[in-house]
Ligand binder design. Structure first.
Ligand code: SAM
Length: 207
């Protein structure tokens, strides 16, 4: 389905990801990024406007979809920080060990096929004193919502670029070796509960 995946889906994802409730969480999280930043699954570049140019050297923007990279054109043109493209999936981060100060991960873990491997790659490239900033939707705490997340995921991921509704985000981070330093979670306003349960915060690598 190249037309759907490369033209229609990038438009759907760009529109959804630029919604106001997402913007409010981006505003809290993204200004915490410092130094050399790696953003995994940049999508249409909705985070770019929130970087603090005084604190960030540049951002490696990793994004495997050509359609999403095209959708990011306008946000890149207006970006306050320099962008360096990495045209690869998160499972194959082409950077050296301990070379990144901040990894940024927003609404992407749901779509990465081998998310455990991708998280291990992020752990590998992060400096010992570096941080991972995350904002990801995943398994809800209510069993009734979880039931729908499990039921809907097989069909949902076929039309939404591989998006899983039911990933246990904190457990996945810890399994890859991250220590969660701060975490908050909430149902996003104006989104159905099965897709809107969001975890956001900061993690570091185990020393
Ligand atoms: C819902 S969008 C989120 C985009 C962006 N991070 C944001 O906050 O708006 C999910 C993104 O993950 C990307 N993606 C899918 N598989 C990936 C993979 N294996 N590695 C990295 N990114 C991937 C998709 O192309 C898409 O741009």
């Amino acid at each position: 389905m190249p037309f759907y995946e490369e033209v229609v889906l990038p438009r759907i994802l760009s529109l959804t990801c630029s919604a106001k409730p997402f913007g409010e969480l981006r505003k809290k999280l993204i200004p915490l990024a410092t130094g050399k930043v790696l953003e995994v699954g940049m999508g249409a570049g909705a985070n770019l406007a929130f970087y603090d140019a005084e604190k960030v050297d540049f951002v490696w923007e990793l994004e495997p979809s050509e359609g999403m990279r095209k959708a990011a054109k306008k946000n890149i043109e207006q970006s306050p920080v320099e962008v360096k493209w990495l045209n690869l999936p998160g499972e194959k981060i082409p950077l050296e060990d301990c070379s990144v100060d901040t990894v940024v991960l927003t609404y992407t873990l749901c779509s990465i096929e081998d998310w455990g491997l991708a998280l291990k790659q992020m752990h590998r490239v992060l400096k010992p004193e570096g941080k991972l900033l995350f904002c990801e939707h995943g398994t809800a705490p209510d069993s009734n919502v979880q039931k729908w997340q499990n039921r809907l995921t097989p069909g949902w991921k076929k039309i939404m670029g591989g998006c899983h509704l039911n990933r246990p985000i904190p457990a996945g981070l810890e399994e890859a070796g991250f220590v969660i330093d701060k975490i908050e979670s909430l149902y996003m306003e104006k989104f159905p509960r099965f897709v809107g349960y969001t975890y956001y915060g900061q993690a570091s690598i185990q020393r």
